[in-house]
Every structure is written in structure tokens, then in C-alpha cells.
Design a protein around this ligand. Structure first.
Ligand code: AMP
Length: 397
């Protein structure tokens, strides 16, 4: 069985064709600058890279171009579209409308339109991608795989905000979380690595990238997560503020003459590591700046690791114990100093890092970075969100 995984953004579209027998990637690529002059498709297959530079006016053209590449004489990996058994779409937000992977129907797409306002930066782009695929492959089965689904198991006291309960009921304002496919993947991979059943483990999963979120996974189920109604909440991120007193935003908006909409753009795009450091949102740049003596880069990194450590500690308390901490995503997989600042100094809680194990070069495999005698295992696990989307799609069929 072959599954095409699609991750559509407003001006980009990423794809992977996955063979479910081997769970290997047959081909993958990205369309960039959709709807903007200077479009580009980068397609990787059979160990080679193929680049097509041409304007891509919309998502339908992007999908058509991708399919053409997949069956192309030179760059192609399949002989016809019939070889694609189904398409799995990544969708950021499901609201309360969908709690699990869902087959695309007209009715489902109507609901998707209704809930698009829950993630105005992400869901409308996913809808463009889904509609484009439906236009180009009308007979193909398609699944929606939501970033929020893994968090649907949170208990009410964890997902609710302390607002008027009637407002929650009417407007569905609550914590939904994000990065669910990544948290699900690494929690499952950790259990497998430790030769345990997911039900036996209390895990804190740290997805640390440009966007970052931390989850408490108790017995295989997510019981809390740091992102909220949108991905703005939780730890400070590349350009997002993370948790902040809302009254401070009102104050700032008035002082800077910003509307609430502008305030939200500010919080999403100009804050976090970028805002604090004044250097960059990229953790590699921050590390270099800190090493060169830039104190605001040091401050940004300290704020990040301190916030992450507090989440790890609070989730340990929420679960009443801890068996494993997992680091994943761009920063979590590649930055020993960040892992050390978050998981170090927790010996009291049974977490003992081995710094020489922690200091390795990422080779795309699972690494155990806790000391031999650490009661809590600390693992670095390369995430694979596309594989979760493909697995979910396949299991729905
Ligand atoms: P992601 O959002 O998961 O793609 O992660 C992006 C972040 O990961 C950026 O801030 C990068 O600086 C960081 N990152 C990615 N690769 C590396 C690397 N090889 N070394 C250090 N940081 C990295």
C-alpha cells in the first residue's frame, strides 16, 4: 500500500509518498512560493534531487505538478496515479468537531470550513490543499489527520480555561494543543525502544523546534500539553511569546497603538527568541551569538530552557511520576546544551544525564542520553510526523 502525505501551507506544499510495507519514503518534496512569482518544486527520489522552477499559481497546480513528477519518466517512482492507495492530509486544528483521523466527505469539508476560524493561520491553507487534491484526484480516498487528535484524551480540568463555562460551551474556547502527531510518534517509539507497553509508562515528550510544545503522556494517552487554544501558548518559541498575561497584551497594544489583530501578529511573529535576543529566531544563530558574548542571546536561551524545565516538572507532578523524557524536533534532536539545561539538575527526581552520551552528533537514530543508573530514561528520538499521518490514513482504510 502506498500513501501520499500532504502538508499544505498558504504558499507551500510538502509531500511524501510512503510505502506502508516498509514504512519507507519513496519520494518527497516541496512546492514553494505558490501564488507568488518564482514558484519552485524540489522533488527527491531515488537518491536524486529534481528542481522545477516555474510559477505555481495555486494549490491545484501544485498538486498537479507533484503528481506529474511522481509518474514522470525520469523523476517518477510510480507508473500511474492508481498506485497511490490514499492521501493523508495534515490538519493543524480540529476543534471539538473531530477527535480522530477522519475520512474526507462533502459533509466533513463543510465542518472543516466552519472550524477554519479556530486556526486562521493554518487550517485555511490545509483546506486549499485538500480541495486541490479532491479536484485533481476525485476518486481517491483521503484522510484528515489532525495535530490536535492525540491531545483529545486530556481530562476536562486540564483542557479547560477558567472562563465562564457557558462561553466554553458556546464558543469552544479551550486548550487543544498541537504537534500531536509528533508527540504520538515519539511516545510510541520510546515505549518500543524501552521494550514496554505504552500503558506502563509516564513520559514527558518535548517537541522543541521553531515551534515548541511539551506533553505529558500517561499510559500512552496525552493528559496535558503546553500549547493552548492555538500554538501561541506554552514555552517561548522562535518567534512566539508562549505563555503571557493577557492583560499585558492589552497594555502593550494601547501603548504601541496596535489593534488586537496586530497584537496577535506581534506575539506570533516578533516575540520569543527573536524578540528577546534581537538576533534571530534560529537556535543555531542564538547559540553562536551567545558563544560570541551576546547577553540577550544568552537570556533568550535561558528563558527557553527554564520554561521547558518548569513544564517537565509540572507534568511529572501531574502524572505522579516519570519514567522517560523524550527530546525531538530540530532543536531537541540537535542541541546537547539545550537538552542538558532542561534535563540536567533533576537528580532529585531520578533523572541523571550522561553528558558524554548527550554530546553526540545526530545520525537520525534513537539515542539514550541518561546515565546507566538513571531511574528515568532520557531519549532523543527523531520525529516522523509524516509516518504517523500515513499510518493513520492506512488504518482508516
Ligand atoms: P524545526 O521547527 O523542528 O524544523 O526546528 C527548527 C529549529 O531547529 C531551528 O531553530 C534550528 O536552529 C534548529 N536546528 C535544526 N537543525 C539543527 C542543527 N543541526 N543544529 C542545531 N540546531 C538545529
Amino acid at each position: 500500500m502506498k500513501i501520499l502525505v500532504i502538508n499544505a501551507g498558504s504558499s507551500s506544499l510538502k509531500y511524501q509518498l510512503i510505502d506502508m510495507e516498509t514504512e519507507g519514503v519513496i519520494a518527497k518534496g516541496t512546492c514553494e512560493r505558490i501564488g507568488i512569482a518564482g514558484g519552485k518544486l524540489t522533488h527527491k527520489a531515488q537518491g536524486k534531487e529534481f528542481v522545477i522552477e516555474k510559477d505555481i499559481p495555486n494549490h491545484t497546480e501544485a498538486i498537479s505538478l507533484v503528481l506529474k513528477e511522481l509518474v514522470d519518466g525520469e523523476a517518477g517512482v510510480i507508473s500511474s496515479m492508481d498506485e497511490i492507495d490514499a492521501v493523508g492530509h495534515r490538519v493543524v486544528a480540529s476543534g471539538e468537531a473531530f477527535t480522530k483521523t477522519t475520512l474526507v466527505t462533502d459533509e466533513v469539508m463543510k465542518t472543516m470550513d466552519e472550524i477554519a476560524e479556530l486556526a486562521p493561520l493554518h487550517n485555511p491553507a490545509a483546506i486549499l490543499g485538500i480541495n486541490a487534491c479532491r479536484a485533481v484526484m476525485p476518486d481517491k480516498k483521503m484522510a484528515l489527520v489532525f495535530d490536535t487528535s492525540f491531545h483529545a484524551t486530556m481530562p476536562d480540568y486540564a483542557y479547560l480555561y477558567a472562563i465562564d463555562y457557558d462561553d466554553y460551551k458556546q464558543y469552544k474556547v479551550r486548550r487543544y494543543g498541537a504537534h500531536g502527531t509528533s508527540h504520538k510518534y515519539v511516545a510510541g517509539a520510546a515505549a518500543e525502544y524501552l521494550h514496554k507497553k505504552p500503558e506502563e509508562l509516564k513520559i514527558v515528550t518535548c517537541h522543541l523546534g521553531n515551534g515548541s510544545s511539551i506533553s505529558a503522556v500517561d499510559g500512552g494517552k496525552c493528559i496535558d500539553t503546553s500549547m493552548g487554544f492555538t500554538p501561541l501558548a506554552g514555552v517561548p518559541m522562535g518567534t512566539r511569546s508562549g505563555d503571557i498575561d493577557v492583560a499585558a497584551i492589552d497594555f502593550l497594544c494601547k501603548k504601541k497603538g496596535m489593534t488586537m489583530d496586530e497584537g496577535l501578529v506581534y506575539l506570533n511573529k516578533k516575540c520569543g527568541m527573536l524578540g528577546v535576543s534581537g538576533v534571530s529566531s534560529d537556535f543555531r544563530d542564538l547559540k553562536a551569538a551567545k558563544e560570541a558574548g551576546n547577553d540577550r542571546a544568552r537570556l533568550a536561551l535561558d528563558m527557553f530552557t527554564y520554561a521547558c524545565k518548569k513544564y517537565v516538572g509540572s507534568y511529572m507532578a501531574a502524572m505522579g511520576g516519570l519514567d522517560c523524557i523524550v527530546f525531538t524536533a530540530g532543536v531537541g534532536e540537535n542541541t546537547p546544551t539545550i537538552r542538558s539545561a532542561i534535563a540536567g539538575g533533576l537528580e532529585f527526581f531520578g533523572v541523571k544525564l550522561d553528558e558524554s552520551r548527550n554530546n553526540y552528533r545526530n545520525d537520525g537514530t534513537i539515542h539514550e542520553i541518561s546515565a546507566e543508573d538513571s531511574r528515568v530514561k532520557v531519549l532523543v528520538i527523531p520525529t516522523n510526523e509524516e509516518l504517523v499521518i500515513a499510518r493513520e490514513t492506512a488504518s482508516l482504510l
